[in-house]
Design a protein around this ligand. Structure first.
Ligand code: ZN
Ligand code: ZN
Length: 372
């Protein structure tokens, strides 16, 4: 019999907390205070915008305010809901003293300096504050079946949205209008949000890897790069396609061919045990050999999940980051030629037992769009 959503959630929470508590015990941290939205949601299921988790060897509490009490109880079945006082740090300090906590872990990568100062001022000196880094993020790298189902759905509907928008694309439409149409098409299919500010850049502006859509009208003979993603169930997708408005020239085809070959080689390198640096190298080598090495200045890919950029990295820096089944990564080499244009091709991939499964289904043939 299928589990209900709440049972499923509680089981998921229990597995995740067990692994986190192993780490806490190993590092001698009695209690962990977690406020970053993605980590909070991953551990508890709570999707609200304000709250903290307080996790000890025996307790799992979600501290939030009046606005979220009912939502928290529904979404976080594995947690005891605590309505915190307006002075949350003073409330926390009292609670920690009552429980005899000696070492409190906080999220070193997410707590702002001002918040750290308030925490330090409220908590007695006898309680050590321990900055911890990447503990939950490490768990988040490997997705379970429920997470993979959301990511698949986000990728699927984003693909459909792209095909709809490309079919209607005509010269004269602006980058901004195209970005709006694409976001609307994703939302209409059930996305709760775009995964990031969509990138739609044409002509010379396609040489800007992360350019913002502007008031520029698309003209025949231009590359258009569309980098887009949807959020479904809290999980992101992330894909890029580059198309030509009207007819492609030999130069368009040459640059595109190199990027596509680089992407194909990197996809082939995806398998359990491969490092992020090896996958990056596979793509970079093709682009360097074609003479465009200095035109590919970003990493080959990144993990995707509750956040659009998370671990692991597929870059030269990732020599110790080994791929494992259940990781979800992008593969997105590009070539960017200032003043002329650029190409990026990005697929979303799940690492499997023996390679990778590509979730992005939109064709990677060089598409000529907007022809009458
Ligand atoms: Zn992207
Ligand atoms: Zn990406």
């Amino acid at each position: 019999m299928a589990l209900t959503v709440a049972q499923d959630r509680a089981a998921q929470t229990a597995r995740r907390l067990e692994r986190l508590r192993e780490r806490m015990a190993a590092e001698g941290v009695d209690a962990l205070w977690i406020g970053s939205p993605a980590n909070r949601r991953y551990l508890s299921g709570f999707s609200g915008s304000s709250g903290w988790l307080l996790i000890t060897a025996t307790d799992a509490q979600l501290w939030t305010d009046f606005r979220y009490l009912e939502q928290a109880a529904q979404e976080a079945p594995g947690f005891e809901i605590v309505r915190h006082e307006p002075q949350v740090h003073a409330h926390l300090a009292r609670h920690l003293q009552e429980r005899g906590v000696r070492r409190l872990g906080f999220e070193a990568d997410h707590v702002r300096y001002g918040e750290w100062q308030r925490l330090r001022a409220a908590v007695p000196e006898a309680i050590e504050l321990v900055g911890v880094s990447g503990w939950v993020e490490q768990l988040r790298r490997i997705k379970d079946e429920v997470e993979l189902a959301w990511i698949r759905e986000a990728a699927r509907l984003a693909d459909e949205a792209l095909l709809e928008v490309l079919a209607g694309l005509r010269p004269g439409v602006t980058e901004r209008q195209l970005a709006l149409d694409l976001e609307f098409a994703m939302r209409r299919r059930g996305a709760t949000a775009a995964a990031f500010d969509l990138i739609v850049v044409a002509g010379p502006r396609s040489a800007l890897p992360h350019g913002q859509p502007g008031p520029h009208a698309l003209e025949p003979g231009q590359f258009v790069t569309l980098d887009y993603g949807a959020v479904v169930g809290g999980y992101c997708s992330d894909c890029t396609r580059t198309v030509v408005v009207g007819r492609a020239t030999p130069r368009h085809r040459e640059i595109y061919r190199v990027v596509l070959e680089a992407q194909r080689r990197a996809l082939e390198a995806i398998r359990p045990g491969a490092t992020g640096a090896e996958v990056d190298r596979a793509a970079r080598q093709v682009i360097e050999e074609a003479g465009y090495g200095d035109r590919f200045g970003h990493a080959t890919g990144h993990g995707v999940g509750l956040e659009v950029h998370e671990g692991p990295r597929l870059s030269a820096l990732a020599e110790d980051e080994r791929l494992e089944p259940g990781m979800v990564v992008t593969v997105e080499p590009g070539i960017y030629i200032p003043g002329w244009g650029g190409v990026r091709i990005e697929d979303l991939v799940v690492v499997t037992e023996d390679g990778g499964e590509i979730l992005t289904r939109v064709s990677k043939e060089l598409l000529e769009v907007g022809l009458a």
